[in-house]
Write a protein that binds this ligand. Structure first.
Ligand code: SF4
Length: 186
């Protein structure tokens, strides 16, 4: 009788994204240290700012999204990410509530631009606004959930490495319930 060989196990495709945030959530992700190797054994890391991949890929199973939606590039990006991802996790307080990124909502947009790009023009010389170099800011900073459906929220500023680890392991082991419309692995 021929031996039946089980097909190789396909690892979930995993991504992380950095929108309007300070990168602190990704720093906390890197604080997983040697546990990153355990994670790498469980998933196929297909996109992350930590690696040099230019375009967000198709058919992503799990994506952590750091930061709020602050400009038109972010808006385009988060819609693309949602279309291409099964489970989208708002990663950190800026993604969940707007947090630090949304503090500029307290001010007029022109005042923000003047303060950042004109009054300090000596610091950012050569980076004028409105010429396509700096993405156009949205009138208000938005939470991820204001733009696209979010499957899970992982709060914290930043979330601790332990909470990231526990959450991801729980998700991969099926201990974190996924929404019925986007059940992981279906
Ligand atoms: S939640 Fe905190 S650490 Fe994460 S991007 Fe926002 S300000 Fe930075």
């Amino acid at each position: 009788m021929d031996r039946v060989t089980a097909p190789p196990r396909v690892k979930p495709r995993f991504a992380t994204v950095w929108l309007g945030g300070c990168s602190g959530c990704h720093m906390s992700f890197l604080d997983l240290d040697e546990r990153l190797l355990d994670l790498a054994a469980l998933v196929d890391i297909c996109y992350t700012p930590v690696a040099d991949v230019k375009e967000f890929p198709e058919a992503v199973d799990i994506v952590l999204v750091e930061g709020a939606v602050a400009n038109e590039d972010h808006l385009h990006e988060i819609r693309l990410i949602r279309r291409r991802s099964k489970l989208l996790i708002a990663f950190g307080d800026c993604a969940v509530t707007g947090n630090v990124t949304a503090m500029r909502n307290l001010f007029e947009l022109d005042d923000v631009l003047n303060r950042a790009y004109k009054e300090n023009s000596a610091i950012v010389a050569g980076v004028p606004t409105g010429n396509g170099i700096v993405p156009k800011l949205l009138p208000q900073v938005l939470r991820i959930q204001d733009v696209v459906p979010v499957d899970h929220f992982l709060p914290g500023c930043p979330p601790s490495a332990d909470s990231i680890h526990d959450f991801l392991l729980g998700l991969l082991e099926g201990r974190v319930p996924a929404g019925p419309a986007r059940k992981f692995g279906s």
